[in-house]
Design a protein. Sequence first.
Length: 423
Amino acid sequence: MRDTSDNTADPSGPPGPAEPATEPAAEPVSESANGGIQLINVTKRFPGQETPAVDDITLTVPAGEIVVLLGPSGSGKTTTMRLINRLIEPTSGKIIVAGKDAMSLDPTELRRQIGYVIQNAGLFPHMTVGTNVGLVPQMLGWDKQKIADRVDELLRLVALDPAVYRDRYPRELSGGQQQRVGVARALAADPPAMLMDEPFGALDPITRERLQDELLQLQEELGKTIVFVTHDVDEALKLGDRIAILREGSQIAQYGTPQEILLNPAGEYVEQFLGGGQAMKLLKFGRVADVPLYQVPEATPDEDADTVRARIGAWEDGDFGIVLDERHRPLRWITQEDLEGASGPIGDRGEATAAPIRGRLTLQQALEALIQIEQDWVPVVGARGVYRGTVTLGTLQNAIKEMKERTRTRRKDPRQEQEAAGT
Ligand SMILES: Nc1ncnc2c1ncn2[C@@H]1O[C@H](COP(=O)(O)OP(=O)(O)OP(=O)(O)O)[C@@H](O)[C@H]1O
């Protein structure tokens, strides 16, 4: 049963009627000014309920990131989402969306800035796919041609051929296709933020994985601020830039990157939630960008062999370095042996590096890359191919070893565990 104070009948549907603004506009808040979302001491107590559904949650969702709310059934995840787009009103506390106090915004305007996707897509069954997707643009008064173009663009974006699917009804689609249409509809007015409440919960595992991959791909292009609810740990680890693990009352047991949570779970509750096998999970979901990369001596082709030889010689961990081009992109590995007898610029001495990997890859993908190439090192690059550091088998092993050691220390010293959990 839902709060009777809800101000729309269908949460996934078009925005509800406008309500008068209740407060003057808030001062912009830096973390959320760019489309981020902040909850500050937010509580929601439903009439007649002894304990609040949401009890004093404070959470920052940085702009352009996917934050996953992960918690057991009844922990208040959906209520938290519905508070953000004002389908229900908080009992106390403040919600800031894109730098503005949500309470100061017209709810219709607010919801236009926040797409909403729910389980089973929540499509209107008597409307075609095209009409469902075009609902918000239609409400915004766009002309027919513009709406039609936008609908086709969105359907292509979610991998549905407009010519095939535009005129179908939701019942003529598979569950996965309906969910894609739900995502397309939420993106229709190009909102900076999206709330996704167990959008893939009702799908079979294969379709679910495929839609998760598509969402990540879409996010690379669109960079939306996304709050994503699930109770599936693997889904959270795969999709979340950050994860908030919730207890009852939306209380945060831990908030961190997947890596941080796997490396250092804040107490028994979180460990139980992760369900063991953390070393495997770390490999499967940990991202290369989040482990300490190996920093080797760097050189450029125009540098003198003597200088490079001395630099590598002064480095205690090995006898090689990496040669980077003028834009700091990896070119070659260079060893002391390559430099033997050399003088003047090092030019193209050394051996070309394997194709660099991106920081977004998982540790497992990095491991696969290392096994495939016949080199012990693989360079990691960030935006525009700029070199960030090197991954070796040792880097991966250390990350896992460190995780095991921390878990062991915590088990030996329960006080440390309590501190980590903030209790
Ligand atoms: N409209 C409502 N009126 C009264 N109680 C409510 C209402 N909506 C939710 N609750 C209660 O608030 C608590 C949190 O519910 P909520 O739906 O937010 O949990 P959830 O974490 O999303 O659960 P699930 O994973 O099962 O969807 C529950 O105890 C629920 O019974």
